[in-house]
Design a protein around this ligand. Structure first.
Ligand code: MG
Length: 350
């Protein structure tokens, strides 16, 4: 089998770049797309704002504190979707083998193209700049994990290729949080036994990894840090559900704690809906008890939404109606019945 040629393309500070494109007075200024209100969230911010430590998914209130001169702009999702479509039109001129990850991110498989991946990457970068007026970073490698790592390498407006021979030297010094699929919590646990870099992680045998990551995940990560990632491109765009769950170190039975944990996840899931321009209708919670019995409870809303407050009310309603007479070891929440958000309301940011 021929070695694959995978590109990962990622628009730079996408929403903020569109705002700077449409209003030139915003150029060179710290633009924060989102709201600074109590429940507000930063969707994206310009690189000028990142210097102050502002980043996506941060509370608007904190962003305002870090960057008092930041210019808060209300998201205009319709406009972003419009620009995103133009970008994808350019990508489709390269190949039909495209995995759309989100509104501003995609993988392309150019293995069978007659042009070299570097030429294609430069062409994409130049075309987006010339035809649309914003910048895109492109990573090139032989699998998805490395291509994504490469697109992040010279951001913004960067092109970077990771070649097979460079892999060990590139990977070894990296912090383990750079490993796609290795969560923050796991990273903290690994830090506690002295594992900080991929180089440290390479010393771990499969058994140790499996202890920290679980059997399934550990095989994947074991390969990934050795530059192996055989995941194919997912050419379908729709996802059935978005979900998160967690196992408690200690068994608990307090409803306020469950709500707090689920709200945090809900926040992430709602943010993901907004980023992928989707809405959901059904909220489901899952509870696993100490004796491994399990229950799920669902609530379907009257209409599709990505509004955090509406989703939160549904979650709280579900938790309040639970009878808890055993210790809980796992809680999870998922959003399903997901559709493209056509008549867009930017409620999450209001
Ligand atoms: Mg991006």
């Amino acid at each position: 089998m021929a070695e694959r040629k995978i590109l990962h393309v990622d628009l730079d500070a996408f929403f903020a770049s569109v705002e700077q494109l449409d209003d030139p007075s915003f150029k060179g200024k710290p633009i924060i797309v989102g709201s600074s209100s109590k429940r507000g969230v930063v969707a994206t911010c310009s690189y000028e704002a990142r210097k102050y430590g502002v980043h996506s998914a941060m509370s608007g209130l904190i962003a305002k504190k870090l960057c008092p001169n930041g210019i808060f702009v209300k998201p205009r999702m319709d406009r972003y979707v419009e620009i995103s479509k133009e970008v994808f039109r350019i990508l489709h001129e390269v190949t039909e083998h495209i995995e759309r990850v989100s509104i501003d991110e995609a993988y392309l498989d150019v293995t069978y193209s007659d042009r070299s991946p570097c030429i294609i990457a430069s062409w994409i970068n130049a075309s987006v700049k010339k035809r649309i007026g914003i910048t895109i970073s492109v990573g090139i490698s032989y699998n998805k994990f490395l291509a994504k790592l490469a697109s992040d390498w010279n951001k913004p407006d960067g092109i970077f290729e990771i070649l097979p021979n460079d892999v060990p030297n590139i990977l070894k010094p990296l912090n383990i949080t750079k490993v796609h699929g290795l969560g923050k919590k796991t990273a903290v646990r690994l830090n506690s036994i002295g594992i900080f870099t991929i180089s440290d992680l390479l010393q771990c045998d499969r058994q140790t990894l499996s202890y920290f990551l679980g059997k399934l995940r550990s095989d994947e990560i074991y390969n990934r840090i050795r530059g192996i990632d055989n995941r194919p491109l997912n050419l379908k765009t729709s996802r059935k559900s978005y979900g998160r769950e967690t196992t408690f170190e200690e068994d608990i039975r307090s409803k306020p704690i469950i709500k707090e944990v689920l709200l945090q996840y809900l926040f992430e899931l709602a943010f993901k809906l907004v980023k992928t321009n989707k809405s959901a209708k059904t909220v489901t919670i899952k509870i696993k008890f100490e004796d491994f019995s399990q229950i799920t409870r669902s609530h379907s809303l009257l209409s599709y939404t990505n509004n955090l407050q509406i989703l939160e009310e549904a979650m709280i309603h579900l938790v309040d109606n639970l009878t808890i007479n055993k210790k809980i070891r796992l809680v999870g929440i998922s959003l399903s019945n997901i559709v493209d958000h056509k008549n867009y309301q930017l409620s999450m940011f209001d």
